[in-house]
Design a protein around this ligand. Structure first.
Ligand code: ATP
Ligand code: MG
Length: 475
């Protein structure tokens, strides 16, 4: 549990923001201190070099004036050289043009020949500097010349200690580390708070969703803090609306089913009660009532069969018994079977076959789907009307239309007629007989065949259903 919580924290947005903010705080801090220290060191060395150079230039003037290189006896210059060497904690050597050491404040190398690279370089280019960090020394070779005698008479080799500079630098480095430490602590602290503030709206989204799932008191959630949270909550609200619609249609379906199943029961009960309540009922009345009861049982049976068909279709859409059928023949058979019903009301049943069509369909399901359309066209027709069925195809699909001269469907009912149990005029439809499941089954069947069904209707003029189904079935 604890480790899970830990890994969750490391995976969280809050942790990532924290890390980024800490890095953003620390890295510039470290770079800035390092740059500052480096800069200081360079400047300190430069200042020191400049100082020595100035002092040397003054001395050189005197050295030339008093011909010190040829005769290093004047005490004034000797003492000045000593003072200078002591002041910088180093050593000064004077070399003449023949590389002979004229003066050494350490009194070690006087009279010797010194051909050090620095001296040579100084004779060549006028000056040579060298800073050695590890030896903590600064070496400088300055030409001996003056404004009056610009030609180089010799070289002054100055070797001074830079330990003072190094000491200051290391002290600065310590202070820098302290500052970086403080920056780290501060930025971790600030980043922790900032990260918490930044992710808060997300936590609010979670909380709102949880509140909603716990209680359902509110219709929707709203966390407008960020554009992102707004998008999330909008999407969530959309899903919620869809769920509510589904929920409503489910409960409507259940109440419709119960109602439809109860209606025949009620009729049967009324019929049976009236027979039971009377004595000496005439035989004809008995028979008539029993016929009515049988009709109601048939009706109940049909509703249950239709419902089971629908439920099966919902459950498994791949359950089709596909065979290659002659669709023209299939339609002819349907019309032949329904012609007696149409004849009763003198309704003309016409089949327009524009071309022979063969296609992959489930014979039983497809027949009942089209039958329902033709049955409707007859049922909701006027006496002496007509029903026209047509069949046509292109290279991909075939088209069946069922048009009638009937009562038509009001515009506001057009997109509801495919719903289960939906009937336009309940009282009228009841008189005609039907449960409102037929079109739902038809549409399911067409969809299972990867087809499309559409309806066009004008109240009082007639209705046309058009069906388009692919010629070959690809599961
Ligand atoms: N051709 C049509 N002309 C006018 N109205 C129609 C037509 N076809 C369907 N309708 C309307 O659509 C409703 C739904 O039709 P559907 O076939 O689903 O149910 P039904 O015919 O009432 O009952 P069932 O087919 O289950 O016996 C019908 O009740 C009717 O109001
Ligand atoms: Mg019907």
């Amino acid at each position: 549990m604890v480790t899970k919580k830990k890994t969750k924290f490391f995976k969280s947005l809050r942790f990532r923001i924290l890390v980024i903010l800490v890095i953003l705080g620390i890295v510039p801090g470290i770079i800035a201190t390092q740059l500052m220290i480096g800069n200081y060191k360079q400047q300190a060395i430069e200042v020191r070099t400049g100082e020595i150079r100035t002092q040397c230039a003054i001395l050189c003037n005197q050295i030339i004036k008093e011909n010190y290189l040829n005769d290093p006896s004047p005490e004034s210059i000797n003492s000045k050289l000593e003072v200078l060497a002591n002041a910088y904690g180093g050593r000064i050597m004077l070399v003449d043009r023949d590389f002979k050491v004229v003066k050494d404040t350490y009194n070690v190398d006087e009279g010797k020949i010194l051909i050090s690279p620095k001296v040579v370089k100084c004779f060549k280019s006028g000056e040579a500097t060298d800073y050695r960090e590890y030896g903590q020394t600064l070496e400088l070779a300055v030409p001996v010349r003056s404004a009056d005698v610009p030609q180089m008479q010799g070289a002054m080799l100055v070797n001074v200690s830079t330990s003072a500079v190094i000491a200051t630098v290391s002290e600065l480095e310590q202070r820098g580390m302290l500052i970086v430490g403080i920056i780290i602590v501060l930025s971790v602290f600030l980043a922790y708070i900032l990260a918490a503030v930044l992710v808060k709206p997300l936590a609010r989204v979670t909380k709102s969703i949880e509140d909603l799932t716990d209680g359902y008191q509110k219709d929707e959630i709203s966390v407008p803090d960020y554009t992102e949270t707004e998008l999330i909550t909008d999407a969530f609200n959309k899903m919620l609306t869809r769920m509510k619609v589904l929920d409503e249609s489910r409960s409507e379906f259940v109440s419709n089913v119960s109602h439809e199943l109860k209606t025949p029961m009620t009729s049967m009960k009324v019929l049976a009660d009236s027979l039971v309540g009377q004595e000496g009922v005439p035989e004809e009345l008995y028979q008539e009532f029993m016929r009515d009861i049988t009709a109601e049982i048939d009706r109940e049976n049909r509703i249950i069969t239709d419902l089971l068909t629908l439920v099966k279709m919902d459950k498994k859409s791949a359950d089709l018994q596909i065979s290659h059928m002659n669709i023209n023949q299939l339609l002819e058979d349907i019309l032949k079977r329904l012609r007696p019903i149409a004849d009763k009301r003198n309704i003309d049943l016409i089949l327009d076959s524009f071309r022979p069509v063969e296609a992959d369909v489930d014979e039983l399901k497809f027949t009942s789907a089209i039958s329902n359309l033709v049955e409707n066209a007859i049922k909701y027709n006027v006496d002496d009307g007509w029903v026209r069925v047509s069949i046509d195809a292109d290279h991909k699909d075939f088209y069946v239309t069922v048009a009638d001269s009937g009562m038509g469907i009001p515009e506001d009912s057009l997109d509801r007629i495919f719903e289960r149990f939906y009937r336009v005029d309940k009282s009228h439809s009841r008189e005609i007989g039907g449960t409102g499941l037929g079109l739902a089954i038809t549409r399911s069947t067409i969809t299972m065949h990867h087809g499309v069904i559409k309806v066009f209707s004008k109240e009082g003029e007639g209705t046309t259903f058009s069906v388009r189904v692919p010629l070959s079935y690809i599961p």
